[in-house]
Ligand binder design. Structure first.
Ligand code: AMP
Length: 347
């Protein structure tokens, strides 16, 4: 996490919540070691789960150092057990309603709450959940972006969203996520995103990354987020509009006919046109439609498209080394293919 920001009460709240949760032993981390794999010039930080007896013997390059007495296998089993919300209606247990008070970080306007992730992938992994139940597979609303921006502007990081089971979500109750980013732990794809953004279409800010072999669309958000930093609702509304533009763009490319123009500009509470991952920093937003949860047993969520992958076994790591991370990502997404028109053409 970044250094102490004087007067940043949100960061203080995160720190205090982590301290409290650690003292009570209610955070469960998976111990990993990290390795960087490059594929077509894109760096990927691959974390490999280490043996359970390694847990608690100090931090790894990118893993949370706050492992409790529970071993890695215990933490994985508990996380898997907690992830029952999609398995069947009968097994539906919602960890966010009510949420665990020990995970509470801050109330987030409008009508959201920020929680510690009980099974963090890095120190300071946060969730922003709706106070009332909303489906993870419904389209995001202005309020989701307003709440997200409220946190992101005070807590520099990477925000992400897994829009349902196929996109890597384990919970049905709406939750966006935030991991901290420091200059020392930069987002792996940040450099290629910035480079590609240099060739963005001028009016819309849309762009694509040439090295990504899967269907995606990105937009440059720096002007929007810099303009009115503390106006959460109006910034949220602008980010929401960008999100709809990206959805509409990839929907057209993927031939998702159920997602017509009227739907985008009309009732935004309807179901999403397809599963997707969304990534957001103050500078850019990336959207990737999804067709599969995993490739070769390697589960991929939004973080995979940011350049963070998790190999549960050395065999999976070997597969990633052999086939390349971009191969795995393209298997769980759609082919970029012929559909790669510019955003400008789709408007
Ligand atoms: P996802 O798997 O992307 O749907 O994100 C849901 C996250 O919720 C997972 O990363 C879990 O670690 C986390 N989680 C599960 N149960 C709880 C809980 N009781 N409190 C806080 N976080 C939780």
């Amino acid at each position: 996490m970044s250094g102490r920001a004087v007067g940043n009460t949100f960061q203080d709240a995160v720190r205090q919540a982590i301290q409290r949760a650690r003292q009570r032993g209610v955070l469960y981390s998976v111990s990993t070691r990290a390795e960087v794999l490059r594929d077509a010039g894109v760096p990927f930080l691959v974390r490999v789960v280490t043996a359970s007896r390694d847990v608690g013997r100090g931090p790894t390059a990118h893993s949370a150092s706050n492992a409790t007495a529970a071993g890695t296998s215990d933490a994985l089993a508990m996380a898997a057990q907690a992830a029952t919300s999609h398995t069947s209606e009968r097994a539906f247990r919602n960890p966010f309603l009510p949420y665990d008070p020990e995970m509470h970080v801050a109330d987030v306007p409008p009508e959201r709450v920020c929680l510690l992730n009980k099974f963090p992938v890095v120190d300071g992994h946060l969730l922003i959940v709706t106070r009332l139940f909303q489906e993870q597979t419904s389209l995001l609303q202005v309020e989701d972006f307003a709440g997200l921006w409220h946190c992101l502007r005070q807590y520099p990081g990477l925000a992400f969203y897994n829009s349902g089971k196929v996109a890597g979500a384990s919970q049905r109750h709406r939750h966006l996520q935030l991991i901290p980013v420091t200059p020392e732990s930069d987002i792996p794809i940040d450099a290629v995103m910035r480079q590609a953004a240099g060739r963005r279409e001028e009016a819309s800010g849309c762009f694509q990354v040439a090295a990504f072999p899967f269907l995606h669309a990105a937009v440059w958000t720096a002007e929007v987020t810099a303009a009115r930093r503390e106006a959460d609702i109006s910034t949220g509304a602008e980010l929401h509009a960008q999100y709809l533009k990206l959805l509409w763009h990839v929907a057209e490319q993927a031939g998702a006919h159920r997602f017509g123009e009227r739907d985008v500009s009309g009732d935004v509470k309807e179901a999403q046109p397809f599963p997707y991952n969304l990534l957001l920093t103050p500078s850019w937003m990336l959207l990737v439609p999804r067709r599969l949860e995993a490739c070769h047993g390697i589960n991929v969520n939004a973080l995979g498209f940011a350049g963070y992958l998790l190999a549960k076994t050395t065999e999976q790591l070997e597969y990633l080394r052999r086939r390349g991370a971009l191969h795995v990502l393209s298997q769980v997404a759609f082919e970029a293919a012929s559909a790669a028109e510019s955003c400008a053409q789709s408007r």
